[in-house]
Design a protein around this ligand. Structure first.
Ligand SMILES: CC(C)(COP(=O)(O)OP(=O)(O)OC[C@H]1O[C@@H](n2cnc3c(N)ncnc32)[C@H](O)[C@@H]1OP(=O)(O)O)[C@@H](O)C(=O)NCCC(=O)NCCS
Length: 324
C-alpha cells in the first residue's frame, strides 16, 4: 500500500482557496469544458450543464443536499484564484461503501496558458491535505491511459495504479446479427448463481466497489430478491451462454442513469464466442428500451470478443489509489 507525505506548502499557497459552490460553479464549469473539450462525452457535457444550472439556481441549498447522494458534482474542492480569475481546479467527491469513506479526486484542470507551473500539483496536494483533515485516508482517481502528463503528475504525488478498465459502447439494435456457433443462449438459471458470482468478483473486484451504489447481490436468484427488485422497480435482465451443458458466461443488464449497464461474468478460460454471443443477444433484446448500451470491463480481457459483438472502445481509465 503506498503512503503519501503531504508537503507543508500545500496548506500555505496564497492562490489556493476552497471552492465556493455558491460563487465558483459557472467559472469552474467553463474551465472544465475548456480543459476536457477534446475527450468530453455526452455524460461529461451533461455534468458541465448541471454544474452551470446549479450555479444559477437560487434553490441551490436543496440541490446541494440532493446532489451529495445522486451526482458527483464537485461539492468540495480547491481552486487556483489569481485576481478573481479561476485558472485551476481540483474536486473532491465523497463516497461511502461498507462503512468506509473514500474520496475521488476529479476535475483536475488548469487553464492552458498557466500549465507547468506546479498549479495542479499544489491543488491536488491541498485536496489530499483536506482528506487527511477529514480522516479519510482512502483516495482514488481516474486518469485516461492516453494522458501521460496527468499520469506523471499523479505518480509523482504517490498514487499507484490499481486497475485499468475500458468503457465499451454499442447501439442496441433488433437487427444485430447472431453468431454462427454451437453456443446456446438461455435465461440465467438460479443454479448458475454461484459460478456467476465468483466470476463477477474476479472481473469487478471488491476493492473497486466503492464506486457503485448497489451490490451484485441484486442479481442473486430467489423470491426475496425478486420482491426487492419489484419494490424498487428495477427491471434487470440476465442471460447465460452454454456449450452443451457447460456454462461459459453470463450477462446482466442493470438499467441505471450512469454509463455502466452491462455486466459480463466469465472465467479466465471461458470461450470468447460465448461473450460475443451474449453481447449480440443483449443488443437485440434491449433495442426497445435503450439506445446505447455500455460495458465497463478490465482492459485486455475478452477485447476481441467485445469488438466482434460490434462494441467500440470509448476510453480506458487507469484507477489509481493512494493511502494517506
Ligand atoms: C494535467 C494538468 C491538470 C496538469 O496541470 P499543470 O498545472 O500543468 O501541472 P503541474 O505544473 O502541477 O505539473 C506537475 C508535474 O506533472 C507532470 N506533468 C504535468 N503536465 C505534463 C505534461 N503536459 N507532460 C508531461 N508531464 C506533465 C510533470 O511531472 C510535472 O512536473 P514538472 O513540471 O516538474 O516536470 C493540465 O495539463 C490540464 O488541465 N490538462 C487537461 C485536463 C486533464 O487532462 N486533467 C487531468 C485529468 S485526470
Amino acid at each position: 500500500m503506498s503512503s503519501i507525505t503531504i508537503p507543508a506548502r500545500a496548506e500555505q499557497h496564497p492562490h489556493v482557496r476552497a471552492l465556493s459552490i455558491l460563487r465558483d460553479l459557472p467559472a469552474v464549469a467553463d474551465l472544465i469544458e475548456m480543459c476536457f473539450s477534446s475527450t468530453m462525452d455526452n455524460e461529461g457535457k451533461r455534468y458541465v450543464q448541471d454544474m452551470r444550472r446549479a450555479g444559477k439556481d437560487n434553490t441551490f441549498v436543496q440541490w446541494a443536499s440532493r446532489a451529495a447522494e445522486t451526482t458527483s458534482l464537485p461539492l468540495s474542492g480547491y481552486v487556483w484564484d489569481e485576481n478573481g480569475k479561476i485558472i485551476g481546479n481540483t474536486s473532491l467527491v465523497p463516497f461511502r461503501h461498507n462503512k468506509q469513506r473514500t474520496y475521488l479526486i476529479a476535475n483536475v484542470a488548469v487553464h492552458p496558458e498557466h500549465r507547468r507551473k506546479g498549479i495542479a500539483r499544489a491543488l491536488t496536494e491541498r485536496a489530499l491535505q483536506q482528506a487527511r483533515e477529514k480522516k479519510v485516508n482512502n483516495i482514488w482517481l481516474h486518469v485516461r491511459d492516453d494522458n501521460p502528463g496527468a499520469l506523471d503528475l499523479y505518480t509523482k504525488l504517490g498514487f499507484v495504479e490499481r486497475a485499468r478498465r475500458t468503457t465499451w459502447q454499442a447501439t442496441a439494435d433488433s437487427h444485430a446479427p447472431s453468431l454462427n456457433t454451437d453456443i446456446a443462449i438461455t435465461n440465467r438459471y438460479p443454479r448458475d448463481w454461484q459460478t456467476q458470482s465468483n466470476w463477477l468478483s474476479r472481473l469487478y473486484p471488491d476493492s473497486l466497489a466503492w464506486h457503485r451504489n448497489w451490490s451484485f447481490n441484486s442479481l442473486r436468484p430467489g423470491l426475496w430478491n425478486w420482491l426487492y427488485l419489484l419494490f424498487f422497480d428495477m427491471n434487470i435482465r440476465q442471460w447465460a451462454a452454454f456449450r452443451k451443458d457447460k456454462l461459459e458466461a453470463t450477462l446482466s443488464w442493470i438499467p441505471s442513469g450512469r454509463g455502466e449497464s452491462l455486466f459480463v461474468a466469465a472465467g479466465e478460460r471461458s470461450d470468447p464466442d460465448a461473450v460475443t454471443a451474449l453481447l449480440l443477444q443483449a443488443r437485440r433484446d434491449l433495442a426497445h428500451s435503450q439506445q446505447n448500451i455500455t460495458l465497463e470491463f478490465p482492459s485486455s480481457e475478452f477485447d476481441g470478443a467485445i469488438l466482434a459483438a460490434g462494441f467500440k472502445s470509448l476510453r480506458t481509465l487507469i484507477w489509481m489509489q493512494a493511502t494517506l
